[in-house]
Design a protein around this ligand. Sequence first.
Ligand code: MF3
Ligand code: CO
Ligand code: CO
Length: 254
Amino acid sequence: MARNRLPAKYIEGIRKSSQLTKKLLDMVEDRIAEGVTTNEINQWVHSKTLVNDAIPASLNYGGSEDRVPFPKSICTSVNDVICHGIPNDQPLQNGDIVNVDITCILNGFHGDASRTFIIGEVPDETKKLVEVSRECLNLGIEQVRPKNKLGDIGHAIQEHAEKHGFSVVRDFAGHGIGLEFHEPPQVLHYGESDTGLTLYEDMVFTIEPMINMGSYECRILSDGWTAITADGSLSAQWEHTLLVTDSGVEILTK
Ligand code: MF3
Ligand code: CO
Ligand code: CO
């Protein structure tokens, strides 16, 4: 099938914004420690985003009739928070795990990535959750190439998580990204091989598996955003923004 190529400027725009997101996460990785509050991390990222002539995409995002807009510039999801945790004044403690999810808009283009950080010492099973969730992202990325299907990505992730006794969150997915924060398609982190949309060169989307130690069920807190595990078990997540190339994949937020 003939397909119009995206303008190179569009890809270059997302690449630049993704590289800034990566740089912001590197800064967080350098500074995050026991005793730091998630509000402080929010402030670091907010300021450095503006200094780089970009806008934090999460700030005031997603308001509707039944939900206030997201009130902060990044998401910080601690322990049993699956995603969309709101930064606050509570210091991180030894034994916490925290996902920091950053999206910036540079010249109108979005870049989206997250990492899970371990604060101090954690039990081996917690380390394993964080490692396996990272491997899940990488195994998903390995499936990205023209002619493979979205289901190949979901299947690779689900198989790896469940092999280790963990579960894959169903209620949130990866997403197309570009001029909008969340665009089609939805990129599920579970599913069957050889099903779903066929990937093609120039597609840009995220993969961002959320992996729970217990059941995959989730609850949303009354703040309208914070998603927590229904059974109180720990949850970990990693995210990259990806470009499908002629031969495979480019990790734009690497
Ligand atoms: N960054 C998240 C994602 O990966 C979305 C956060 S939306 C917010 O899709 F409003 F909660 F910030
Ligand atoms: Co995302
Ligand atoms: Co994100």
